[in-house]
Design a protein around this ligand. Structure first.
Ligand code: HEC
Ligand code: HEC
Length: 226
């Protein structure tokens, strides 16, 4: 009960309008589990998808999940697979499903395997591959924590938290242990303007300054955050 009140006062202090709009104190986790049965084929058992281009939903912020489902429903976030699914959900369904997924635990990922299929380059030894991956991870970590000042890329940590845990009252999504392939895809969508359902379009402003290498490095790093 105490936690609820704390959460509520934080919500009132920090909430963006979106999370206030969709706040639903009567969300029912058990009902959400039943209603999420049709999501399992793509998003996996308890929201831990096994397909790297389908996002994990487990342990994601409730406010963010609600915001995205409403966005798929009203067409402001475009995805052919999610559009018709979201249209079949009521506001109550969305609230219950979001509460259910937030209550699950996100699964850890294996270390990404860098694409080494460039025929023009000589094959790398295991030691070279490891050194290359260590460098990508270090670059990704640096970008996450410090941003890229020269290119005006904001530090991700400011909004998504030191451990990628997100910020529920502000509807900043959790990122930790998300699939690297999905992260690369969605960051590229923000960059190209294909995903633009957030009012201030913060992620477009940030990603448009990011290079392909930076997107890959930060995605790999985030996929290993727990
Ligand atoms: C046929 C496969 C499929 C099914 C079934 C499906 N989804 Fe999705 N879902 C996707 C894909 C693919 C994406 C990523 C869309 C993109 O790239 O923008 C997605 C994205 C999402 C997101 C956004 C996640 C994020 O991190 O931004 C939410 C929330 C979501 N789905 C909820 C659901 C719910 C709830 C159900 C069941 C009622 C469901 N999905 C069923 C394929 C599916
Ligand atoms: C000023 C705050 C802010 C900063 C800084 C920020 N983000 Fe975000 N990020 C957001 C918000 C808000 C959203 C949700 C956008 C929406 O609702 O569509 C988001 C969404 C995302 C998503 C989509 C998550 C999903 O599940 O689909 C990814 C990935 C992401 N950010 C990565 C990053 C990375 C990487 C950086 C640093 C280079 C970063 N963000 C910096 C606020 C921020």
């Amino acid at each position: 009960m105490k936690r609820k009140w704390l959460a509520l006062s934080l919500t009132l202090a920090l909430a963006s309008t979106s999370s206030l709009l969709y706040a639903d104190t009567n969300a029912d986790i058990d009902a959400g589990e039943t209603k999420a049965a049709s999501c399992v084929s793509c998003h996996g058992e308890k929201g831990n998808s096994m397909v790297s281009t389908f996002p994990k939903l487990a342990q994601q912020d409730e406010s963010y999940l609600q915001k995205q489902l409403h966005a798929f429903k009203d067409g402001s976030r475009k995805n052919p697979m999610m559009a018709s699914i979201a249209q079949s959900l009521s506001d109550k369904d969305i609230a219950d499903i979001a509460a259910y997924y937030m209550a699950q635990k996100v699964s850890a990922n294996d270390l990404p395997v860098a694409n080494d299929d460039d025929d023009d380059k000589p094959a790398q030894t295991e030691a070279e591959k490891k050194a290359a991956m260590d460098k990508i991870m270090a670059d990704g970590s640096n970008l996450y924590r410090n941003g890229d000042i020269a290119n005006e890329v904001s530090a991700c940590i400011a909004c998504h938290g030191p451990l990628g845990e997100g910020n529920e009252p502000a509807a900043f999504p959790a990122l930790r242990s998300q699939h690297a392939d999905y992260l690369i895809k969605t960051l590229t969508d923000f960059k190209m303007g294909n995903r633009s359902n957030s009012d201030e379009n913060m992620m477009h402003m940030i990603t448009k300054k990011m290079s392909v290498e930076e997107i890959k490095a930060v995605s790999y790093r985030i996929s290993m955050m727990k």
